[in-house]
Design a protein around this ligand. Structure first.
Ligand code: SF4
Length: 87
C-alpha cells in the first residue's frame, strides 16, 4: 500500500510528523512523505494517523502490482468461458 498527502488540504498541524517521523516530515506549510510505500507493519499506525489527521489529508493507494494480478486472473476466466463455447 502507498501513502500520499493532499497538500491542498493539509493544515500543517504536525501530528503525522510527530507520530511517525521516519515516514512524514514537515515542510514550510504542510507535511510531506519521505517514502510512499508502507511496510505491512506500518499500515495500521498510518491508518490511525490518517483517521486522526484534522483535515483528512492522508490518502492511500493500492499497489499497482495487486491490480495487475487481479486483471490477469479475470482474463484467464474469460478465456476458459470462451473455450467452453467452442466445443
Ligand atoms: S496530520 Fe494531516 S493536517 Fe496535520 S500535518 Fe499531517 S497531513 Fe497535515
Amino acid at each position: 500500500m502507498k501513502v500520499k498527502i493532499d497538500t491542498s488540504r493539509c493544515v500543517g498541524c504536525g501530528l503525522c510528523a510527530e507520530t511517525l517521523p521516519q515516514l512524514f516530515v514537515m515542510g514550510a506549510f504542510h507535511a510531506q512523505v519521505r517514502r510512499r510505500t508502507l511496510t505491512p507493519q506500518e499500515e495500521p499506525l498510518v491508518a490511525q494517523i490518517a483517521e486522526d489527521c484534522p483535515s483528512r489529508s492522508i490518502l492511500f493507494e493500492e499497489d499497482e502490482v495487486l491490480s495487475l494480478a487481479r486483471g490477469s486472473a479475470s482474463d484467464r476466466n474469460n478465456e476458459a468461458d470462451h473455450n467452453e463455447n467452442e466445443g
